[in-house]
Design a protein around this ligand. Structure first.
Ligand code: ADP
Length: 666
């Protein structure tokens, strides 16, 4: 029952499992232990027991491991208030933990009397232990989490430091779990989120050089394993990246697949490998070309030397010599065209070739057949031509268009046996834009034809189906490469349809810009001045060439002085009065002072000699050489080898123009 303060002392003691006791120690007597009800309950003793019995019982129930501790307590408690925690073994409820405290009763004078409390603290200790364990667990969890985070950071940084890309995603969900820095760089994404959004497009834009790779990767999703492969990411875009990859699947315990891909950016290595392969192919092609060239150059050279010998030994019999001379010229012409082709190809390969467009009349193309007349007649070929050019006025690189047609026609002539047929068709159709037109050139023959296996190599440099020794047909395998390069430069196409033994048909289509008939300059018919009596200063370092040119000029009555280089020419010009020479024929490559330098020095004179007509004479036969000659201040240009009629005409025309200019200035 609660007392007047509202507290029920017995209930509190019961709830706290707190028993009250009193111990009495008297010399020569057994120790007596008194207990309240709660104490009896806690000890497992009976209220009816004598205090001596209770004490004896109590002593037997102290946990044997704690008995020494208890004895120590008892010895102290008679002196000072003392507390102990020990284990008590209850006869029914078993072992529990006791907190026991007591102090001496000062009121008892005749004996030692101790008053104390005995409390079952098992629940409290258990609770505290649990709380402590919980706290330790929480602390351990925090430490573990920190360690885990640090570990993760360490591994992430470790993976980010690799120059090998890594990406991990789940399958079939395709949820990206990890991507390292290199993977982000290769895929051009800032993080996993962006990659997740773009994953499908990125995977679709991958190109696999080995066509079996996609299937091997697909199978990987059905079973565990790994696939090594090569792949180009962002294929066809400026971000393209060539990688070597390994994709591996892991089957997770939950049945989920994880797909791990590691990849190495090998773009630089691929570029190097391609360059090396190209260089090796180039050097292979060059070796086979040199081999072919040594044969093909020797053939006309042998003919030239052979006919020269024959002329020498048949000197006097004019008829025979004329025939040999004709053949010698033919061989020289072939040699020259061979050298021209080789130079042309080397220009194409070095990327120097460009278009020089001029207004032109496409009908001039028909003249190609006239050039081949001799060959056609010799082989008794029948040639038909069909020309339908309703808009013949175009702006184009006429030389190259002519060269394309000439190459196709001369091949048709070369590869068609005697008595065969050749058909040339020149046509036109409207272009895709206003004022544009497409020129169609078709050259068909019923000659030897081309094997299907060789057709893919037709347009490669130096490639021939049969070499000259097999076929007896001379060639270098350069003509069609030149055709292909020119056609590509003009944005056109060239195709072939051929059957061995039946013949070939080459078709070229060239998109061209139309122009007006007025834009085409027609040659003016000027009266050319006679060359006889004209004085020429010939600057030429090669004695043989100087002699040939002097002889040609002497033969038309010109007066020739020669200088062996530019510096000598300059001083010879300055040693005579202005106007003494009518013109200078200037070689370009000469020792001491070359043709360009000499021309610039002459143009810089201020003594009336600076305006002299200067015609360049060089073996460098390209447009930029012409441009360089004009840029140095030369008036005209004659290419070597010198052809007498052409040279005479060039000189006469240049003199006429000079005369006209001087007339205008007066
Ligand atoms: P070339 O005629 O100097 O060998 P081309 O580049 O013009 O070089 O031709 C390459 C090769 O293509 C020739 O060697 C020949 O094998 C084949 N070819 C070209 N045109 C014809 C043709 N009209 N008929 C048969 N073969 C041809």
């Amino acid at each position: 029952m609660p007392n007047e303060n509202g507290v029920d002392a017995q209930a509190v003691l019961g709830a706290a499992k707190l028993g009250l006791w009193r111990g009495e120690f008297e010399d020569g007597k057994m120790v007596r232990l008194y207990a309240d009800d709660m104490m009896n309950d806690l000890l497992g003793t009976d209220a009816r027991m004598t205090p001596e019995e209770r004490c004896s019982f109590f002593a037997t129930r102290i946990h044997p491991d704690d008995s020494a501790l208890f004895e120590d307590y008892v010895s102290k408690i008679t002196e000072v208030p003392t507390e102990i925690v020990y284990r008590y073994i209850h006869p029914q409820r078993g072992e529990y933990l006791v907190r026991c405290g007591g102090s001496r009763d000062p009121a008892a004078k005749d004996r030692v009397c101790i008053l104390g409390v005995h409390r079952d603290i098992s629940d409290i200790v258990r609770l505290e232990k649990a709380r402590f364990a919980e706290k330790r667990l929480a602390e351990q969890n925090i430490t573990l989490r920190k360690e885990q985070e640090q570990k993760e950071l360490y591994y992430r940084e470790l993976l980010d430091a690799q120059n090998c890309g890594l990406m991990v995603y789940t399958y079939p969900e395709r949820k990206i779990i990890h991507m390292n820095a290199e993977a982000r760089r290769i895929f051009h994404v800032s993080g996993i989120e962006q990659m997740q959004r773009e994953l499908r497009t990125k995977l679709l834009r991958a190109y696999y050089p080995d066509p079996t790779t996609p299937e091997r990767l697909h199978n990987l999703r059905l079973e565990d394993g790994a696939v090594d492969y090569e792949c180009v990411l962002s294929y066809g875009t400026p971000d393209a990246c060539h990688i070597m990859a390994k994709t591996k699947t892991f089957l997770m315990p939950g049945g989920e697949h994880t797909i791990v891909t590691t990849f190495l950016d090998v773009s630089d290595m691929v570029t190097l490998r391609d360059a090396l392969r190209k260089a090796q192919e180039g050097s292979r092609a060059k070796s086979s070309f040199l081999f072919a060239m040594s044969h093909d150059l020797r053939t006309p050279m042998n003919a030239i030397i052979g006919y020269a010998d024959l002329i020498q030994s048949n000197w006097g019999s004019e008829e025979v010599c004329r025939e040999y001379l004709k053949k010698l010229k033919e061989a020289s012409g072939y040699l020259l065209s061979l050298i021209g082709n080789v130079l042309e190809v080397s220009r194409i390969e070095s990327g120097k070739e460009s278009l020089h467009e001029i207004p032109w009349d496409l009908r001039h193309l028909e003249e190609a057949l006239d050039i081949l007349e001799g060959e056609i007649a010799k082989k008794q070929l029948t040639v038909t031509s069909s020309v339908t050019l309703p808009q013949p006025y175009v702006s184009c690189d006429a030389t190259k268009v002519q060269e394309i047609l000439m190459n196709l026609l001369s091949n048709a002539v070369k590869y068609t046996p005697n008595g065969g047929h050749i058909a040339m068709t020149l046509g036109q159709r409207p272009g895709s834009q206003a004022d544009s037109t497409v020129l169609t050139i078709r050259v068909q023959d019923d000659g030897i034809g081309i094997a299907k296996e060789f057709q893919p190599h037709l347009f490669e440099a130096f490639s021939r189906e049969r070499d000259s020794s097999q076929s007896g047909i001379m060639g270098t395998g350069l003509g069609l490469q030149i055709v292909k390069s020119f056609v590509s430069l003009m944005g056109g196409t060239v195709t072939v349809d051929s059957t061995p033994g039946k013949g070939s048909c080459f078709t070229v289509e060239l998109p061209l810009q139309q122009t007006s008939p007025e834009s085409i300059q027609r040659p003016k018919s000027t009266v050319l001045p006679p060359l006889e009596g004209k004085r020429v200063l010939l600057a030429e370092d090669n004695a043989l060439n100087a002699e040939i040119t002097s002889t040609i000029l002497h033969n038309v009555g010109m007066l020739v002085d020669t200088a062996e280089n530019g510096a000598v020419a300059l001083s010879m010009l300055q040693a005579v009065p202005a106007g003494y020479y009518d013109l200078i024929l200037m070689d370009i490559q000469m020792p001491c002072m070359n043709g360009y330098e000499a021309t610039r020095a002459i143009r810089a004179l201020h003594d009336g000699r600076e305006g002299i007509l200067i015609i360049a004479m060089t073996a460098n036969a390209f447009e930029e050489d012409r441009q360089a000659a004009f840029a140095a201040g030369m008036d005209d240009y004659a290419s070597k080898p010198i052809e007498p009629v052409k040279l005479e005409r060039t000189i006469a025309e240049a003199l006429a123009r000079k005369r006209e200019q001087q007339g205008k200035q007066k």
